[in-house]
Design a protein around this ligand. Structure first.
Ligand code: PHE
Length: 453
């Protein structure tokens, strides 16, 4: 078997793994899911689940990749041979899920692209006279959304065709610091809003009566989504790790950084949302309704807006790249006859065709509603709250049954790391017991909730 490429540096791995975890999940999805689930108690539940479910599974997926040296399809096939052949189906399921999630992820990325171009246009054409990009306008134009989605998929395709590491490692290393500076300025501004303390109370004071029966599962689903667990993406990244890289430490660090960014995201969004009384806090448009107003209040608002949406767009592009790369590299690894370029074009084409549904959801499909939820929300909820936990569970099971205990234990060895050998038994307990129990209880409660209403 040909030797796999590995990261040039350990830093390269972190850039790409953190880059894949950070994305729209942090700034777009997390705030509205927190709004939907009533604030503080949900945030607390989410942080807890990152620690006991998310990080352990992230470590498992990275380890599955590192131990087999393969992407998820071949990796589950390999471990399936050792344990149970049907495990290969879990791999196929997670790749399929990546493809379908990419369709609506691309639509939301298209929204970001629209906001970016609007700000860009106003920076250079008519400074001062701009009321901000309008979500309403975008929502009333389905073809524009489809066009933006196509541009986004095309960008991702080009980057994937340029090759995995080169395309990505390079640009994230300069985007991350720029974004960090921008977000710090915004945070500092949000501290000074009169609604800041009210929103901090909403976000961090746990009122458990606000949780619904489905909240556990909503938290589990979001934990997987934001950490890119259950899609097979992290298996691919793990397969590129070098033999002396410490998987548990890496998984733990990625989880912590991602969680901090999500928490910063809600602290940014909610003070502004509270100030603008007419914003629906439970809607996927929340971030898009809120952030531009805030940016335009700042001196040099158009510039700020442009930079903010540029960074957000690059984060979204990078996450999309992770999803597209998962599907393409798996297809390519599996099918010797298909070259990578053809595989990438086929996947991008299928993705574009399917993305017409979410892209046209606010116009031609606007009558598709379930309990006041529109098409994108239904799709998001079905994929992330129902299918993703099952995919994550399947991968976790294949990994646990199909790899030797000694190999897993060895990956924990070394005491100089953040996560050391003493953590092995905790991790084992989490993966073997907590993860399946929490996922299954979450799904059961959600089913119950469905029939109750
Ligand atoms: N974790 C990404 C986000 O939060 C989404 C993603 C999932 C990216 C799976 C790649 C793979 O936006």
């Amino acid at each position: 078997m040909a030797k796999r490429n590995t990261w040039q540096t350990r830093f390269g791995f972190y850039l790409v793994a953190i880059g894949s975890a950070l994305g729209l999940g942090n700034l777009w999805r997390f705030p509205y899911v927190v709004g939907e689930n009533g604030g503080g108690a949900f945030v607390l539940l989410y942080v807890l689940l990152i620690l006991i479910v998310g990080a352990p599974l992230l470590i498992s997926e990275l380890m599955l990749g590192k131990l087999t040296g393969q992407s998820v399809l071949m990796a589950t096939k390999a471990v399936g041979k050792k344990a149970h052949r049907s495990f290969a189906w879990f791999g196929r399921f997670s790749v399929l899920l990546s493809l379908v999630v990419l369709t609506y992820y691309s639509v939301i990325s298209g929204w970001v692209l629209h906001f970016l171009t609007q700000f860009l246009f106003h920076v250079f054409s008519s400074p001062g006279s701009f009321a901000g990009p309008s979500m309403e306008l975008l929502q009333s134009n389905g073809w524009l959304q489809l066009a933006l989605t196509s541009v986004h998929i095309l960008f991702a395709l080009v980057l994937v065709l340029k090759g995995f590491q080169e395309g990505v490692e390079r640009y994230i290393s300069w985007v991350t610091p720029v974004f960090a500076v921008l977000v710090s300025v915004l945070l500092w501004k949000s501290f000074s809003l009169p609604t800041f303390s009210e929103s901090v109370r909403f976000l961090f004071y746990p009122d458990f009566s606000k949780l619904s029966l489905s909240s556990l599962n909503h938290a589990v689903g979001h934990v997987f989504f934001t950490l890119s667990v259950g899609f097979g993406t992290m298996v691919t990244f793990g397969s590129y790790m070098r033999s002396n890289d410490h998987v548990p430490t890496a998984g733990f660090r990625v989880s912590i950084v991602d969680t901090l960014v999500s928490l910063i995201g809600v602290v940014l969004v909610f003070p502004v949302a509270f100030q603008a009384s007419n914003v629906p806090m439970t809607d996927p448009t929340l971030m898009f309704d809120v952030i531009p107003r805030f940016l335009l209040d700042l001196p040099g608002g158009n510039w700020f807006g442009m930079m903010f949406f540029l960074c957000l767009y690059l984060a979204a592009l990078n996450a999309s790249l992770g999803l597209l790369e998962t599907v393409v590299s798996n297809l390519d690894d599996r099918n010797q006859k298909l070259d990578r370029t053809t595989a990438a074009w086929i996947v991008a084409g299928v993705c574009l065709a399917l993305s017409a549904f979410p892209a046209l959801s606010s116009t031609y499909l606007r009558n598709v509603h379930i309990k006041e939820k529109g098409f994108i929300e239904i799709m998001d909820s079905f994929l992330i709250n129902w299918l993703l936990p099952l995919a994550a569970l399947g991968l976790s099971l294949s990994f646990w049954k199909g790899t030797a205990e000694d190999d897993k234990f060895r990956e924990f060895s070394g005491t100089e790391h953040v996560v050391s050998q003493v953590m092995y038994s905790h991790w084992k307990f989490a993966v073997r017991f907590l993860v399946p129990v929490i996922i299954l209880v979450g799904l059961a409660l959600q089913i119950f909730d469905l029939f109750k209403n």
